[in-house]
Design a protein around this ligand. Structure first.
Ligand code: HEM
Ligand SMILES: *[C@@H]1O[C@H](CO)[C@@H](O)[C@H](O)[C@H]1NC(C)=O
Ligand SMILES: *[C@@H]1O[C@H](CO)[C@@H](O)[C@H](O)[C@H]1NC(C)=O
Ligand SMILES: *[C@@H]1O[C@H](CO)[C@@H](O)[C@H](O)[C@H]1NC(C)=O
Ligand SMILES: *[C@@H]1O[C@H](CO)[C@@H](O)[C@H](O)[C@H]1NC(C)=O
Length: 708
């Protein structure tokens, strides 16, 4: 990351530059020392809530009343921040979209759930200039509704109400965003040391996935074009790439950009920028540098992005004029008053209404004409308002709701029917099997040879316990607390793509071992069977206090595959463990304890390792930690080419790089030492982690759970 390659278009000030580059010499610094110096700074602990979440209050909230208050507020221009065109609506839409648009499919991080736009790093992002004013305008409404209206919900509802108030289509509202107490969960979005570890960006402006944006501290792409080069042909593929990282397809992308830019204007009254960010000057962030006196930095003197002008002749009315303007005029690039490249219409004619003199486009807008698929969509939306209404309302609802997970987490009386992006499941079967009898059948299957898959051998006898536990773990451990997706509910491990993930090799055969049980209990779902088999096996192996809660359902084999992601793999295994724990919502103690789960020697070999740390996987004990801590380990390469660690002076005692990461990290090692000396502490933490993960996807509202 070097300053010279940073897009000049977004250099708002040297101070902001410092924030973006996370240079050690910068005066403002997120996090502590440099990542390399302290061997990892990721916190494995889950997100912290601001307040005890009050689902009943949220459910009782009169959403229409809030919207009415919002709509009145939008038309009540304040001298402290005069509204463009007498309407705060467009500003609110931009705020909502920037709050939600941080979402990224790769690890589920970002999104407006948590309301972290209020905190650094997000609040000081270059793309969030002046959104402090928008949130400030909302405070009276936040105060009025208190706990029933979280910041996350309020920010999105303000966007919804604004779209509606100007005539736009809204599908509905899924309430239930839970406010975070601070911005920690956004540190991996950057710029921060956590982000350098989890999602580094080597050339700022060309950042790659898992980062959501092409440019640090922007929402999606540089509006001026890639690396601030105003080339719409280069911009189009970047838009497609980056919107894809947020799981938006072409029609959603075009509808969102043109639907959003039906409203409002860009602000760049002068070339000198908005002034210091909230991180730099919390007492008066972004005071502006243009104009004089009480109107300095406000109204027509506003500097937000450094571009200037509206997209349409009526920026406070919902319509498809944006698309018509794109097609109607030829667009010419020039440098606007803010010093950045923007585009103006060249072939205006006498019949054009007056305000056309002012309209403009960004390079990213003109880009929609330069890609054949985008162009077809521009033509469609320019010709057919209904098609735009449908595409925009659905894409907007997905944009603002995508990070909230399944339908069952939504509250309120304005929730639309389940949408495809919520990966809806059918209801569980009406009649439940006798789970005690199922447990008995599983217990028998633990030690009965099956033709479906050779068992591990323990004391010369077949044993499937470690394989059953592995199946349940593989089924459940792609759960992400970041966007509440994944987990074993639905038993999607049966289908592609999940079944084909390398770490799921042979899991279909383990399931086949259980198939006779599935067949003999009508009403038993695969999802319940997989979880119960894992928990039964562990209990049989002397785990304590494992709870089984039934009621899962099975996804249909015909469903459109949902883009669930496997837990991310990193070359640095310590980062992997911490990142996985954070994403799964496990504490450090739980993650370390779960590392000692039963591992099948035969499965380890199928994964390419030489074997396991024990040849007796039928007991869940703290022996794992003793073996880990009491041996010296050397790197070796297995016959299948996997890097693994061998205990010095032993024959056949192996661990995996993730195991050794537990030993290398001082926080994890401290926990491992406690577990090595206190078997009860280990079993307690194991049960806490296992029970948490097995029901993590059983949502009943934002914080409730069907099993509690
Ligand atoms: C390629 C993607 C996009 C880029 C590069 C982009 C860029 C911008 C820029 C530079 C501004 C000017 C900010 C200012 O100076 O005040 C702006 C304003 C705005 N954007 Fe976008 N935008 C994109 C997509 C969207 C989407 C998807 C939406 C909503 C669905 C949206 C809604 C808005 C609105 C409503 C404003 C006007 C704000 C105001 O009037 O204060 N934009 N956008
Ligand atoms: C994009 O996704 C939406 C919602 O699933 C769908 O209706 C639309 O047809 C898709 N568009 C394209 C171009 O695939
Ligand atoms: C901005 O300038 C326009 C045209 O010069 C004027 O009509 C409008 O009232 C000004 N707005 C503010 C908030 O000063
Ligand atoms: C406009 O789009 C809507 C929704 O896709 C469709 O039902 C309608 O037939 C279209 N109208 C025309 C004239 O093509
Ligand atoms: C052993 O492998 C790890 C990767 O997990 C690596 O970080 C470490 O440097 C290797 N140690 C040696 C001595 O090669």
């Amino acid at each position: 990351m070097t300053a010279t390659r940073y897009p000049l278009g977004m250099l708002l000030s040297t101070l902001t530059l410092c924030l973006m580059l996370v240079d050690a010499k910068c005066p403002v610094h997120f996090g502590r020392a440099r990542a390399e110096d302290d061997g990892g700074i990721l916190q494995a602990e889950p997100r912290r809530m601001l307040l005890e979440f009050d689902a009943a209050a949220v459910n009782k909230l009169d959403i229409d009343a809030v919207k009415a208050d919002l709509k009145a507020l939008f038309l009540d221009s304040k001298d402290s921040w005069p509204a463009d065109f007498g309407n705060y609506g467009p500003l609110m839409i931009r705020m909502a979209w920037h709050c939600a648009g941080t979402y990224r499919q790769s690890d589920g991080r970002g999104g407006c759930d948590g309301g972290r736009q209020r905190f650094d790093p997000e609040r000081s992002w270059a793309d969030n200039v002046n959104l402090d004013k928008a949130r400030g305008l909302l405070w009276p409404i936040k105060q009025k509704y208190g706990n029933a209206l979280t910041w996350g919900d309020l920010i999105i509802l303000a966007g919804d109400a604004a779209i509606e108030s100007m005539g736009g289509p809204i599908l509905g509202f899924c309430a239930g965003r839970v406010d975070d107490a601070d911005g920690t969960a956004s540190l991996p979005l950057g710029p921060s040391l956590d982000q350098e570890m989890v999602a580094p960006c080597s050339v700022n402006g060309e950042c790659e996935a898992p980062l959501g944006a092409s440019t640090m501290s922007l929402i999606y792409v540089n509006p001026e074009g890639p690396m601030a080069v105003p080339d719409p042909e280069l911009s189009a593929p970047q838009i497609r790439e980056v919107f894809g990282r947020m799981s938006m397809n072409d029609s959603e992308t075009v509808a969102l950009i043109g639907g959003g830019h039906a409203f409002g204007k860009v602000h760049g009254a002068c070339p000198t920028g908005p002034g210091p960010s909230p991180a730099q000057q919390p007492w008066n962030p972004w005071p502006g540098t243009c104009g004089e006196g009480p109107m300095k930095g406000k109204g027509n003197n506003t500097f937000t992005s450094g571009f200037e002008g509206p997209w349409t002749t009526n920026p406070i009315r919902w319509d498809n004029e944006y698309f018509q303007n794109l097609l109607k005029y030829d667009w010419e690039v020039h440098v606007g008053p803010g010093g950045h490249h923007q585009w103006r219409p060249v072939n205006k004619d006498a019949s054009d209404p007056d305000p056309v003199a002012n309209i403009m486009m960004l390079t990213t807008d003109v880009a929609l004409l330069k890609d054949p698929i985008y162009l077809e969509l521009v033509k469609l939306f320019a010709a057919n308002q209904t098609a735009l209404d449908i595409a925009f309302s659905h894409a907007w609802y997905k944009l603002v709701t995508r990070d909230m997970g399944p339908y069952s987490r939504c509250l309120g009386d304005q929730v639309p029917p389940p949408q495809p992006f919520q990966a809806p499941l059918p209801p569980p079967p009406a009649t439940k099997p006798d789970f005690k009898a199922v447990e008995k059948a599983i217990t028998k299957a633990l030690r009965t040879a099956s033709s479906a898959l050779p068992a591990d051998m323990v004391g010369g006898k077949p044993y499937y316990g470690a394989l059953f536990a592995t199946l349940a773990w593989q089924c459940a451990s792609n759960f992400r607390q970041t966007d509440y997706t994944g987990g074993c509910n639905g038993a999607r491990i049966r289908f592609s793509p999940q079944k084909d993930w390398p770490q799921n090799v042979a899991m279909d055969s383990v399931l086949a071992v259980l198939e006779p049980i599935k067949a003999s209990f009508p009403g038993l779902t695969y999802a319940d069977l997989i979880v119960q088999a894992g928990s039964t096996a562990l209990t049989n192996a002397k785990a304590r206090k494992l709870k089984f809660c039934s009621g899962r359902s099975d996804a249909s084999p015909d469903e459109t595959p949902f883009p669930f992601q496997p837990p991310r793999v990193f070359s640095n295994k310590l980062v992997q463990l911490k990142d996985n724990a954070q994403v799964m919502g496990l504490t450090s103690r739980e993650m370390v304890a779960l590392q000692a789960r039963l591992r099948s020697p035969s499965q380890q070999r199928r994964l390419g390792y030489s074997g396991s740390w024990t040849d007796n996987p039928s007991l869940l004990t703290n022996e794992y930690f003793k073996v880990l801590l009491n041996n010296d380990w050397v790197n070796v390469t297995s016959a299948a080419g996997q890097l693994e660690m061998k205990a010095v002076g032993t024959e056949g005692v192996y661990m995996m790089p993730t195991d050794l990461a537990v030993k290398w990290d001082p926080v994890f090692a401290t926990i491992a030492q406690e577990f090595a000396t206190d078997a009860n502490a280990f079993l307690e933490a194991f049960a806490a982690g296992w029970n948490k993960l097995m029901i993590a996807d059983r949502f009943k509202g934002p914080t409730g759970n069907e099993c509690k």
